[in-house]
Design a protein. Structure first.
Lengths: 289, 424
């Protein structure tokens, strides 16, 4: 019986089916689209967003989508293109009016002046982890609202209202988070990969080093030894560690220097307690004690 | 979007205002922004084999294939398998160019540069604008038959092809010119059906040209091309962090095998052939970087036709009806430890080798096995170094004695340029 249900064409349901690359985009789209859309999230929130396995089941999801929203900034470069090609869905092709690349609507930071793989696996358009600045969430919400209206003008009013409600609530939360983070300004931090660049920037934290020697290049002992020296000299408050890399090197550094290792979720589902967008930022802004 | 564009244009104007050069964006006929994605892949190896190169080319899979390893002359050209020689081998440089053509198509090309020459390995257009899960591909491409066939050599987990593929279909697999149609079903479970009509010129199995005799009076008449038809169905589902992908495939075409120029017992074969394939891949993910993959394929081929045994002048000595029913599998287990290390084991076997001439059984060995192990180190996604060991008990020498071939191989695979996204 369950198998029969799986075989039912998805088009039987009258919502707009939107495939999104990451859980945060799904939550944001749902907040604006409400009951008029279905979101299908392709990547898992507790995995490295750069490395998503393009499982064939995802081809079926893209094939059945009416629209696609992605993060962009080359975050999906290693996994989304083959899915789009295989799914061969004209609605989800790059350039289609039902295709939204969020990175085009955000001012990206850390755009490299020179692009060379000798510098690791760098993102030529800048750091793509922009959703971790909670102010950007409002910009993204507006972008998604306009996108939904452009593909489904019939429900314009609903989307406008949902957006208004969302932005009111979110603006209040921004105040709370701002207050919570006020005394953290100026703290020096270490990360594994600089995926909190936008979070750090908005709350005045300074990332002084990363555990990976270069973007995408795994830790080396020489770099780790050097890092221990930096930590002893500069006394950063903590290592802000993502949930998907092993904390082995961070724990080693912690034993040598006494520095705290703090797990920082990057998306909904990264930790079990992160169930929605607010809890993500509630957690992030409470994590540094 | 427009705002960003405007402001960046404004910024560009300000930045360049003090310079005398015209910014690239403003050059009237400048086209570099339309440059296709380009990447170049190098593959080479160091091989240490316990049998020397002159000897290894004469080994065969009895009743199935000759010269699986090494370099040999054929029709004036040299053909080399990958990792053909003891010592250093430069297998190939692969140049990949791809881009959108217009809103309806993309085009992809793969050029294979090897010491033997340049080959268009793939050159095809793919539709992007057809609705309802339809996709059409035309040109020269790797058939989607089975699991491994569509992948290029550098995406395989081992440095050589599974025995059953190489024996039945040759080292390029089914790589042909033709048309492919695929349809993905509108179901939440992945289901894809595909069909291909191909020219039908495979070195080991399929062919349609005339053979033997002289030009006006060939011994075997040509067959109308295209003469190879392929169909397959694939499905996949996930159970938590485990993905199962299964497929069945079928290929049917006319056969021409031309060994008329061979020094020893020259012969021709003409008939009809089919290949049946079943593939199963199960992949479990431990986290973003670590996984265990079990990949297996079963291939069976039926060949039915006439063998023309020739003398050295090309005259027919005999023409028995020949049927072959042969089948085998490969099964491999690959563990990916992290972004740096990968290791794997592979078992190859051809276990059915039923050959009949004029309905009487021709005895052929039917336990042709090979065992392989590999350890891979990646400095990044763009560079792989692989140490592989093969213990090959499948090949026989010209006296009909089974050989035991041990090969140690260090393979290097490096790519530069556009990021090649990985298919499943």
């Amino acid at each position: 019986m369950r198998f029969l249900l799986l075989l039912l064409p998805l088009t039987l349901f009258a919502h707009i089916n939107i495939a999104v690359s990451y859980p945060y985009i799904g939550a944001l789209s749902k907040a604006i689209g409400g009951e008029h859309i279905n979101t299908v999230v392709l990547a898992k929130g507790n995995w490295d967003p750069h490395f998503v396995v393009p499982r064939p089941s995802l081809i079926a999801k893209v094939r059945n989508a009416d629209a696609l929203i992605m993060n962009g900034g080359q975050l999906e470069i290693g996994w989304l293109p083959p899915l789009l090609r295989r799914a061969s869905n004209p609605k989800t092709q790059v350039g289609s009016k039902n295709f939204l690349n969020l990175s085009h609507h955000i001012e990206m930071i850390h755009k490299p002046l020179a692009v060379d793989r000798a510098g690791g696996d760098i993102h030529p358009d800048g750091n793509p982890h922009f959703h971790l600045n909670p102010n950007n969430i409002l910009v993204l919400a507006q972008t998604i609202k306009e996108f939904l209206i452009s593909i489904d003008s019939e429900h314009q009013e609903v989307y406008e209202n949902n957006y208004k409600n969302f932005s009111t609530i979110w603006s209040e939360k921004l105040q709370t988070w701002e207050t919570k983070m006020r005394d953290k300004k100026g703290l020096k931090v270490i990360q594994f990969h600089n995926n909190l660049a936008y979070f750090n920037k908005v709350y005045g934290l300074t990332n002084i080093a990363t555990i990976e020697p270069l973007p995408g290049i795994p830790p080396s002992s020489r770099h780790t030894m050097n890092l221990i020296k930096i930590i002893k000299n500069e006394k950063p408050c903590c290592i802000l560690h993502d949930v998907y890399h092993s904390t082995k090197t961070a724990d080693f550094i912690s034993r040598k220097t006494g520095i705290k290792v703090i797990l920082m979720p990057h998306d909904i589902g990264a930790l079990e307690s992160i169930e929605d967008l607010s809890s993500l930022f509630d957690y992030l802004t409470s994590a540094i004690k | 979007m427009q705002k960003i564009l405007l402001s960046s244009m404004l910024l560009a104007t300000i930045t360049y205002a003090s310079m005398d050069t015209i910014p690239t964006e403003k050059r009237t006929f400048e086209q570099s922004k339309f440059m296709p994605d380009i990447s170049l892949i190098m593959d080479g190896s160091f091989v240490n084999r316990n049998i020397d190169d002159d000897e290894v080319v004469h080994l065969e899979l009895p009743g199935i294939a000759h010269g699986l390893i090494g370099s040999h002359e054929h029709g004036g050209a040299t053909h080399s398998s990958y990792n053909a020689n003891n010592g250093f081998n430069l297998n190939y440089a692969e140049l990949v160019l791809s881009s959108s053509v217009d809103p309806s198509f993309t085009m992809d090309s793969v050029f294979h540069f090897s010491p033997d020459g340049v080959e268009i390995e793939e050159l095809y257009f793919t539709s992007t604008a057809l609705a309802n899960g339809m996709r059409i591909k035309g040109g020269k491409f790797n058939s989607n038959f089975g699991y491994l066939n569509e992948q290029h050599h550098h995406s395989w987990s081992f440095g050589d092809m599974p025995l059953v593929y190489e024996a039945f279909l040759g080292m390029h697999g089914i790589n042909e010119t033709g048309l492919q149609v695929q349809w993905t079903a509108p179901t939440s479970t992945y289901l894809m059906l595909g069909a291909e009509i191909l020219q039908g010129e495979n070195e080991q199995m399929f062919g349609n040209s005339s053979m033997g005799g002289d030009e006006e009076n060939p011994l075997v008449e040509s067959e109308t091309a295209p003469s190879l038809l392929i169909a397959y169905a694939k499905t996949s589902f996930d159970i938590d962090d485990t993905t199962v992908l299964a497929g069945i495939s079928y290929a049917q075409g006319s056969s021409r095998i031309d060994h008329g120029d061979d020094e020893e017992s020259p012969h021709l074969f003409a008939g009809d052939s089919s290949v049946y394939g079943v593939d199963l891949t199960i992949k479990h993910y431990f986290d973003s970087y670590s996984s265990l993959t079990w990949q297996s394929e079963y291939l069976k081929r039926d060949m039915d036709g006439i063998q023309y045994n020739l003398n050295s002048e090309g005259a027919v000595l005999g023409q028995p009806d020949l049927t072959k029913e042969q089948s085998g599998i490969y099964s491999q287990l690959v563990y990916t430890h992290d972004k740096n290390y990968q290791m794997g084991l592979r078992y190859d076997s051809i276990f059915q080798n039923d050959v009949k001439a004029n309905n009487s059984v021709v005895e052929k060995p039917n336990n042709l096995n090979r065992y392989s192990a590999m350890l891979e180190y990646h400095t990044s996604e763009f560079a792989r170094f692989r140490l592989q060991y093969n213990h090959n008990k499948a090949l026989y020498n010209e006296e009909g004695e089974q050989e035991s071939i041990n090969t140690l191989m260090l393979q290097v695979n490096i790519s530069i340029g556009a990021h090649a996204a990985h298919s499943f």
